[in-house]
Design a protein around this ligand. Sequence first.
Ligand SMILES: *[C@@H]1O[C@H](CO)[C@@H](O)[C@H](O)[C@H]1NC(C)=O
Ligand SMILES: *[C@@H]1O[C@H](CO)[C@@H](O)[C@H](O)[C@H]1NC(C)=O
Length: 417
Amino acid sequence: MGWSQLTWSWRALLLVVFFWGLISLSSAARLGASRQKFEVKKRLKRLNKPAVKTIQSPDGDIIDCVHISKQPAFDHPFLKDHKIQKRPNFHPEGLFDGNKVSETKEKSMPITQLWHVTGKCPEDTIPIRRTKEDDVLRASSIKRYGRKKHRTVPKPRSAQPDLINQSGHQHAIAYVEGDKYYGAKATINVWVPKIQQPNEFSLSQLWILGGSFGEDLNSIEAGWQVSPDLYGDNNTRLFTYWTSDAYQATGCYNLLCSGFIQVNSEIAMGASISPVSAYRNSQYDISILIWKDPKEGHWWMQFGNDYVLGYWPSFLFSYLADSASMIEWGGEVVNSEPEGQHTSTQMGSGHFPEEGFGKASYFRNIQVVDSSNNLKAPKSIGTFTEQSNCYDVQTGSNGDWGHYFYYGGPGKNPNCQ
Ligand SMILES: *[C@@H]1O[C@H](CO)[C@@H](O)[C@H](O)[C@H]1NC(C)=O
Ligand SMILES: *[C@@H]1O[C@H](CO)[C@@H](O)[C@H](O)[C@H]1NC(C)=O
C-alpha cells in the first residue's frame, strides 16, 4: 500500500537526484574545460602583442616583431609613463679587451640565432618568441607558465655559497662574494646537453644576486638552457630570468612577464642559438655582460660584443636597486628521479672538467664590475657542487682566458647512481 508507494516515489526521487547530479557534474566539467580555454586565451592575448611583421623560424618558432613601445614590459603599472632608454649611459671599461679574438685552438665563431636565416625585424621593433597554446598547457598551471617552480629557501650554510636549496636541483658553479658588485661578465661555451625527462632542464648561466637567501632574494640571471617543458623541444636557447622575492610572485623567464625592457631588434629572448659545439670538434661560445648603469641604476644586458639587449629597471628590485652581494657562474640541472636515483640529464657538454677544451664545457674571462664601473678579474673565486661524482667544476687562469673554469658532467654514471 502506502509503503510500496513511498518506496516508488523514493526510487523516483533518487533517480531524479542521480540524473541531476550526473548532468550538473558533466556541465561542471564542460564549464571547467571552457574556463581553462578562456584562461589560456586570455594569457596568450596578454603575452602575444600585435606584430608589425612575423617571421617563421626553421625550428618551428614564430618570431613576432612588436613595436618597441608595445612590448610586455609596459603592462607593468609602474612603467605606464616610462620613457624608454635607447642605450646605457655608461659601459663598463676594463683592462681585459673582450673584442680581442681568443687565441684558443679554435677561433671563436660568430653566433647568431636560428630565425635570422628567414628574416629580420624592422627598426623600432623588438623580436618576441610567440607563445603557443601548447607552451602554456605544458606548464604546471596557467598561472605558473614562464616562472620557475616555487623553491624552498633554507638558511644558507656559512661555508658554502648561499645556493637556494631545492631538492633535485644540482649545480656546478664558481662564485664570488663579500664585496659590492655592479655587474658580471663571462664567455660561455654552448652545447646541447641531453635531457632525460621533459620536466627536467639543463642550463649554463650567470647569477647576479642580492640580499640574504630568504624570501626576498633578488636575482638576475642569463645564459643558455635546454628546457623541453618551457619550449617544447631540446634546442639550446638564450634566456634570462629575474625575481625580487626568491622566485615566488615576481619575475619570469625572458619577456614572459612585464619587467625587462628590450631595445634590441636582432636578438630574441628564448630563441635557439646556432651553431652549437660538438665533441672534439668546432667550439662556439657566447658572451654575456650584465651591469648596473651608474646614472639611472638600471641593470643592462649585452649579448656578444654587438648587441645591447635592454635593461631591468632598478625599481623591480630591493637589494639590487643598490648592488649585488654575490655573483655565480655555472651549470644547473634538475634531477626529477625518485629518491636514491640519479638522472642522466647532462650538464654542459655532458663530460667532466678533466677532459678539457673541445670536450668539457667552459666559462672563460669571468669578470665582475666594480663600483667605478670597471670590469676586473674577481679576487678569490670559490667553487661549489652538490655531488662532484655527477657534475663537477675546476677553475684555472691564464693569459688568453683570464679566469676560467670547466664544469659539467653526465649525471648518472657508475659513481653517481
Ligand atoms: C639541501 O637540503 C637538504 C634537506 O634539507 C639537505 O639534506 C642537503 O644537504 C641540502 N644541500 C645543500 C647543498 O645545502
Ligand atoms: C628530447 O630528447 C629526448 C631524449 O633525450 C627525447 O626522448 C625527446 O623526444 C626529445 N623531445 C623533443 C620534443 O624532441
